[in-house]
Design a protein around this ligand. Structure first.
Ligand code: 5GP
Length: 205
């Protein structure tokens, strides 16, 4: 294997990127998940140090001042999320390719920093309406949080053309297969390989 690469999945909340990332981690042992730091409260079933490093806002800001993040965002008011430099180094030193599940601005920033070493994949819902319905039926949020997520998703949908590949998540089975294909092509042939091979639903820039 060559030097480890970075594969960044990004999408509006509710487009299904977390499901896709979890699937890829299950089928490919050469991938490892970049565990982000965040300040939102832990959801039922989430494990500190596995899903996220859950920090207080004070701890998070201390790390920002110390220059510990490669990127961070206040994704929702007073809810900070960020990628720790040490986390990427930890996974690369294990010889793993690093896979990310982060917001659109974080994805743009990591790509800027790592260039051709990184692939950005935008997971798109078949339509904005489908996305809003998925968010509503998820039931992990209260009314206020749901309203914020829908407002943000509207903005994030406009970012699609900033990424290397768009993966449309209409039928989940197809999206999972496409995701496997995208990752294996990128790891063997780089971004150029993806541009050369035009599969099903993805549009290359
Ligand atoms: P959630 O609260 O649903 O877990 O995540 C909210 C949003 O924050 C999602 O779009 C998620 O991908 C994003 N996110 C998670 N980790 C990071 C990170 O390290 N950096 C940035 N910029 N966004 C993140």
């Amino acid at each position: 294997m060559g030097s480890p690469k970075l594969i960044i999945f990004t999408a509006p909340s509710g487009a299904g990127k977390t499901t896709i990332v979890k699937h890829l981690l299950k089928v490919r042992e050469d991938l490892a998940f970049s565990i982000s730091a965040c300040t939102r409260s832990q959801r039922y079933g989430e494990v500190n140090g596995l899903d996220y490093y859950f920090l207080s806002v004070e701890e998070f800001k201390r790390k920002v001042s110390a220059g510990d993040f490669v990127e961070y965002e206040e994704v929702y008011e007073n809810q900070f999320y960020g990628t720790l430099k040490a986390e990427i180094e930890r996974l690369k030193s294990l010889g793993k390719n690093v896979i990310f599940d982060i917001d659109v601005k974080g994805a743009v920033n990591i790509k800027k920093f790592y260039g051709e070493e990184a692939l950005t994949v935008f997971v798109s819902p078949p339509s904005p309406e489908v996305l809003f319905e998925r968010l509503k039926s998820r039931k992990t949020e209260d009314e206020e949080s749901l309203r914020k997520r829908i407002a943000r998703a509207r903005i994030e949908l406009g970012y699609e053309n900033k990424f290397d590949v768009t993966l449309i998540n209409n039928d989940l089975e197809t999206a999972l297969n496409d995701a496997e294909m995208i990752v294996s092509t990128f790891l063997s042939e780089g971004v150029e390989g993806l541009k050369k091979n035009r599969y099903g639903n993805f549009n290359h820039q």
